[in-house]
Ligand binder design. Structure first.
Ligand SMILES: Nc1ncnc2c1ncn2[C@@H]1O[C@H](COP(=O)(O)OP(=O)(O)OP(=O)(O)O)[C@@H](O)[C@H]1O
Ligand SMILES: Cc1ncsc1CCO
Ligand SMILES: [Mg+2]
Length: 296
C-alpha cells in the first residue's frame, strides 16, 4: 500500500490470456472509425493524462480536437478524488521523476480498481535503468494498451536496455518490432501498438497495419505522446474492442496529418493544421482516406 495515498496496487498481471477480438473485414475500417469518432464527439470522455511537460499542450489540444475532455492532473494528493471518475487514463514517462512515478503507479492502480482503462507510453524506456524499472513495474498494473515507437517496444519486450537507443526517437523501423509487440502483448495481456511509417497494432495473435500519416510528424515533438492519449480516448468509448479502437485512433490521427500536410509549409504549420483537420474531420474524408488492414 502507498503510505501517502492509502492506495493498494493490484496483483501482478503475469501471463494473461488475451482473447482475440473478432476480425473486422478490411473494407469496414473507415465506417468503424467514423462510428467511434462520432461516439467520442457525443460523449466527450474525460481523459486524465499524467504526461511529460513537452507533450502537454499538443496532447490536450488534440484530445479537444477529437472531441474528448483532457485533464492533465498529476499530483498524488488528487488521485483518490479524481481518477475514479475519469473515463480513461494516459500515462507517459517522457520526463520521469520519482514523484511522477509515484503518481503514475497510484493512478493506474485506482483506474484499474474503478474499471477504467489506462494506456502506457514507455518513452525512451531503454535510456536508463530508472525508466526500464518504472515501466516494468507499471506493466504489472495492467495497461489496456501500450503504444511506443519501434525502439521502445523492442526494449520493453526484451525487458532490457537495447543498444543504439537514441533517447526519445526511434532508431528502428516499426516493422522490426512486430514480433516483439506480439510477444509483449501476449505476456501482458494488453494491446500493443508500434508507431512509425506504418503503425502496427496487435492483440498478440493478429496484426493490423495502419498506413495513414506523413513523415513530417517526426519533426513535431510529442506527436507519438499525443496519439497515445487519443488511443486512451478511443478505448474509453469502446473498451471491449481495444484493438479496433487503437487502430482507429492511430489511423484517424494519420488522416488528419495527411489533410493538414496539404496546407502546411513545415512542421510548425503542420502542427496547427493537424489540430484543425482533426477537429473538422467528416465522414467522407475519413472513409475515403483511411488505409487500415490486417497484415497477419
Ligand atoms: N515515416 C512516417 N511516415 C508517416 N507517419 C509517421 C512516420 N513516422 C512516424 N509517423 C507517425 O507519427 C506519429 C508519431 O509516431 P512516432 O513513432 O514518431 O512516435 P514517438 O517516437 O513516440 O514520438 P514522440 O516521442 O515525439 O511523441 C504516429 O502517428 C506515426 O504514425
Ligand atoms: C523531447 C522529449 N524529451 C522527453 S519527452 C519528449 C517528448 C517526445 O517524446
Ligand atoms: Mg514517444
Amino acid at each position: 500500500m502507498d503510505t501517502q495515498t492509502g492506495i493498494t496496487a493490484t496483483a501482478p498481471a503475469g501471463k494473461i490470456p488475451q482473447p482475440s477480438e473478432p476480425h473486422l473485414p478490411d473494407d469496414q475500417w473507415g465506417h468503424r472509425a467514423w462510428e467511434l469518432l462520432q461516439k467520442l464527439r457525443s460523449r466527450a470522455p474525460l481523459i486524465q493524462c499524467i504526461t511529460n511537460v513537452v507533450s502537454m499542450d499538443l496532447m490536450a489540444n488534440l484530445l479537444l480536437a477529437a472531441g474528448a475532455s483532457p485533464a492533465m492532473l498529476s499530483s498524488i494528493y488528487e488521485i483518490s478524488d479524481f481518477t475514479p471518475g475519469v473515463d480513461a487514463l494516459c500515462i507517459n514517462i517522457g520526463t520521469l521523476s520519482e514523484d511522477g512515478l509515484a503518481s503514475m503507479r497510484a493512478a493506474a492502480a485506482v483506474a484499474v480498481k474503478a474499471g477504467r482503462p489506462w494506456v502506457l507510453d514507455p518513452v525512451a524506456v531503454s535510456a536508463s535503468d530508472f525508466r526500464m524499472e518504472a515501466c516494468l513495474g507499471l506493466l504489472e498494473l495492467r495497461p489496456a494498451v501500450i503504444r511506443g515507437n519501434a525502439s521502445e517496444i523492442l526494449g520493453l519486450a526484451a525487458a532490457r536496455r537495447i543498444r543504439n537507443s537514441k533517447g526519445v526517437d526511434s532508431s528502428h523501423q516499426s516493422f522490426d518490432a512486430v514480433e516483439a509487440a506480439k510477444s509483449l502483448s501476449r505476456s501482458i495481456g494488453a494491446i500493443v501498438a508500434v508507431s512509425g511509417a506504418v503503425d502496427y497494432i496487435t492483440d498478440g495473435h493478429m496484426v493490423v497495419g495502419a498506413f495513414n500519416g506523413v513523415s513530417m510528424l517526426q519533426k513535431i515533438t510529442a506527436t507519438g505522446c499525443a496519439v497515445t492519449a487519443l488511443i486512451a480516448a478511443f478505448i474509453s468509448v469502446e473498451p471491449l474492442r481495444a484493438l479496433e479502437a487503437t487502430a482507429c485512433a492511430l489511423s484517424i490521427f494519420g488522416v488528419a496529418a495527411e489533410l493538414g500536410m496539404e496546407m502546411a509549409s513545415g512542421p510548425a504549420s503542420l502542427r496547427m493544421h493537424l489540430i484543425d483537420c482533426l477537429d473538422g474531420l467528416n465522414e467522407d474524408l475519413l472513409v475515403s482516406r483511411m488505409n487500415v488492414y490486417r497484415v497477419s
